[in-house]
Ligand binder design. Structure first.
Ligand code: HH2
Length: 279
């Protein structure tokens, strides 16, 4: 099976799952907040993640953890764009930008970004047009509500059906804006307006949210669902996160967004050896 995501600097083949390393350039992200605010520290971390086997590096200038406050445009641009420009010539890893703001999308595309990872699925005014003008791929993520309030007792009659319908509609909106389907990945948005039970249902039945045969990206790494299942605090969620990533890969995920790249790459190698006889 071939499964390709067309990114700005070339195609990403992801039928065999690949890893996206998380790098938050924020003071308040739930897992690595405050560690990479200095651009030099961020660059070194990005190169380390690539060396550990990340096919993509996801740079974010705004936390989306439950309860997070929005970041002003100037501040997000300042945090992200200089790092993209400096990182571009130093690595062949694809550069993803975690943003919902059209101005950041445009500036990131001009600085050499490959993919826009938007937890609002291009619903902000002007976001569809900004993406359409670029050559970037996009990840469309499902979120119920907004980060400040999304975990206040979310309810679904049918979580799989509702996530799937949302993703179908956002792909349709992309098509109407002139964004080729080959540039689209989809994400059920673990923890974004979902209870533990919703997250487990999505993980169990992941393949059922695949719309139009597009690659599925999942972010489970160190999230509170791993904490709820293991009783561990954020830095101690590595083992649980690797297990979740592996299960997601077995159930259809193509891109795994993780903080612990080396551990996840090792686990995927074991999975690949078992599933395709490759060593
Ligand atoms: N999760 C987070 C951020 N961005 N993007 C996608 N596509 N899918 C996800 O599940 C996802 C995401 C939250 O994690 P993190 O970036 O580690 O924390 P914070 O939002 O606090 O910066």
């Amino acid at each position: 099976m071939s499964l390709v995501l067309r990114c700005a600097s070339g195609p990403l083949e992801c039928a065999r799952p690949v890893v996206m390393g998380v790098l938050n350039l924020t003071p308040d992200s739930f897992s690595d907040g405050g560690e990479y605010l200095d651009p030099q520290a961020a660059l070194e971390r990005a190169l380390a993640l690539a060396a550990q086997g990340a096919a993509l590096i996801d740079l974010g200038g705004e936390s989306t953890r439950p309860g997070a406050e929005p970041v002003p445009l100037d501040e997000e641009l300042r945090r992200v764009i200089a790092v993209v420009g400096r990182l571009r010539p130093l690595t062949r890893a694809l550069i993803s930008i975690d943003t919902s703001k059209p101005e950041v999308m445009r500036a990131a595309a001009a600085a050499g970004a490959d993919l826009i990872n938007d937890v609002y699925a291009l619903r902000a005014p002007g976001a569809l047009a900004a993406l359409a003008e670029s050559n970037c791929a996009v990840c469309l993520m499902h979120m119920r509500g907004e980060p400040r309030t999304m975990q206040q007792s979310p309810q679904y009659a049918d979580v799989i059906g509702e996530v799937r319908t949302f993703l179908e509609r956002r792909i349709e909106a992309c098509r109407a804006a002139g964004i080729d389907e080959a540039r689209i990945a989809i994400d059920p948005g673990f923890g974004f307006g979902k209870t533990l039970e919703h997250n487990l249902t999505l993980l169990r039945r992941l393949e059922q949210i695949r719309v139009a045969g597009r690659p599925i990206l999942v972010g489970l790494s160190r999230k509170s669902m791993i904490g709820a299942l293991t009783g561990k605090g954020t830095p101690e969620r590595v083992h649980g996160s690797v297990a979740a990533a592996l299960l997601a890969a077995q159930n259809g995920a193509n891109i795994l967004r993780v903080h612990d790249v080396a551990a996840t790459v090792d686990a995927l190698q074991v999975l690949a050896a078992v599933t395709d006889g490759r060593q």
